[in-house]
Design a protein around this ligand. Structure first.
Ligand code: ADP
Ligand code: MG
Ligand code: ZN
Length: 481
């Protein structure tokens, strides 16, 4: 974050994040209803998720697999036995009157996320739960409607330790967590569709204080930058309260992105208010050691390991490695280019530069990028060999987006091939020396700084097609090596 999010002098942040992530299953957590996004309201409902009397939940094993995968990828300890519980509260979009969650015995505890170039953030717990439905307030002439398509959609809740110390770290934590969840296929992490939601727990304290003060929970952010801004706004509100001699109440705050403000939503319940008790309709969830070993063995290479390997194996800078690995498909693409051409650094320059610029400008994904890794590697080789200049190479790439032709064919067709032929270059050099006798005499007499001027003359004569590297080499030889 480039903005300066420092607090008034002498104050510092304490932040812990609770992230809800939708597990990428085809069906809901406890029934066979579809989890597809965007269906007509209440199209994906059945007696179980409508909470009709007598309907019984059956746990979706696919959701368990994904939650275990997430926990293992975060280095958490997955417990052999965890227990579903009822979290009781009334809300119109919660037809059962309780949410099935895990409380006293969560699926997993421990684990951590190492922020790139930053601190290690501990994971407190990861548990499974179901999502609630949605109240629709704005669509039906003043009435509130209920859509239960999301009711019963499987979620993992991932709770961090209060280890975060700046809003920017909170943003970095969310990005790193999202990467892990995407790499492992646990979730599509779409914030627009609500499949990744982050709530921030925020307190402030005087620098040097070791204990924590009262925290508030800030909700309703729908972007990572929103989370960062909300944390800053809430922390500033708390500092102002303390400096005015007031107290900070434990409560839930709502972020208003349009106003850049937080406002109180409700007094925060303590967990005892929810009257948690073990869900009588579901047996304890057992994840055996064999299950854990099988799921661990199938984990893909994770983002941090991949970044480190790109640096080590392909000679990529750490900043480029971060950019390349932010998206698994971009990292795959990059690695295919590097493998096809053998030049990891050049491949990194092209992918972080031209390729990502194109994706950003067009709002498209690498999956739809028309240039295959092999073709890009071929282009990089042409530039490396001096057959086309770096800037001509960029023009060739633009043409490659429109046609499937090989870069060499395009360069030829567009007249972008550099002249590397010695005899042609020597002819141009001779002509230039003859046309500029004064400069020629000084250059041949030892004034090497004139070489650039002469190269410029030849480039002009060749209409930009001379290979400047070759040209410099030949001129250097003329001047006596
Ligand atoms: P609650 O019961 O209110 O949900 P928890 O102890 O479960 O509280 O913590 C929830 C989240 O709040 C965790 O992410 C934790 O790291 C964070 N947290 C706990 N205490 C503080 C504090 N004083 N300041 C900021 N965050 C905190
Ligand atoms: Mg909580
Ligand atoms: Zn259902």
């Amino acid at each position: 974050m480039s903005r300066d999010a420092t607090l008034p002098a002498g104050w510092s942040y304490v932040i812990g994040l609770e992230v809800h992530v939708q597990l990428l299953t085809r069906t809901k957590a406890f029934c066979g209803c579809s989890t597809d996004f965007g269906a007509a309201p209440n199209a994906h409902t059945c007696p179980v998720c409508l909470a009709l009397p007598g309907a019984l939940p059956v746990l979706n094993r696919e959701a368990v697999e994904l939650a275990v995968r997430a926990a293992l990828a975060l280095g958490a300890t997955v417990h052999e036995t965890s227990v579903f519980a009822r979290k009781n509260y009334f809300y119109p979009d919660l037809p059962k009157g309780y949410q099935i969650s895990q409380f006293a015995r969560p699926l997993a505890t421990g684990g951590a996320i190492d922020l790139p170039d930053g601190p290690r953030i501990g994971i407190t717990r990861l548990h499974m739960e179901e999502d609630a439905g949605k109240s629709v307030h704005d669509k039906y002439a003043g009435a509130t409607a209920i859509d239960l398509n999301r009711a019963g959609v499987p979620l993992a809740e991932i709770v961090s330790e209060p280890d975060l110390r700046t809003p920017a770290d909170a943003g970095a934590y969310l990005r790193a967590l999202k990467q892990v969840l995407e790499y492992t296929g646990v979730s599509d992490c779409s914030m627009e569709e609500g499949s990744l939601r982050g709530d921030a727990n925020v307190s402030v304290r005087r620098e040097g204080e070791t204990g924590f003060r009262t925290k508030t929970e800030v909700k309703n952010m729908n972007s990572f930058s929103g989370v960062e801004r909300a944390i800053e706004a809430e922390a500033r509100r708390q500092v102002a309260a303390y400096e005015a001699g007031a107290a900070v109440e434990q409560q839930t705050m709502l972020w208003d992105a349009a106003r850049g403000e937080v406002r109180p939503a409700r007094a925060k319940e303590g967990s005892h208010d929810y009257r948690y008790f073990p869900e009588p309709d579901l047996p304890p969830l057992v994840v055996t050691a064999a299950d854990r070993a099988r799921i661990a063995a199938a984990l893909p290479e994770l983002p941090a390991a991949r970044r480190a390997r790109f640096v080590r194996e392909w000679g990529v800078g750490t900043r480029d490695a971060e950019v390349l690995c932010a998206d698994r498909l971009v990292a795959d693409y990059y690695e295919a280019v590097a493998r096809a051409g053998g030049n990891g650094k050049a491949a990194a320059n092209w992918v972080t530069g031209e390729v990502l610029a194109h994706l950003n400008a067009t709002g498209t994904s690498i999956a739809a990028y028309p240039v295959t890794p092999q073709r890009l590697a071929d282009l990089i080789a042409l530039v490396g060999a001096g057959t086309v200049s770096a800037s001509a190479g960029k023009q060739v790439l633009v043409r490659m987006l429109e046609s499937g032709d090989a870069p060499a064919v395009i360069a030829e067709r567009e007249g972008l091939v550099q002249v590397q032929d010695d005899s042609q270059l020597v002819r141009w050099i001779d002509e230039v020396l003859a046309e500029h006798p004064a400069e020629a005499a000084r250059f041949l007499g030892g004034e090497r700084k004139l070489q650039g001027v002469l190269v410029g003359f030849v480039m002009k004569k060749s209409k930009g097609s001379a290979d400047p590297r070759k040209l410099n080499q030949l001129l250097g030889e003329r001047a006596g090596g």
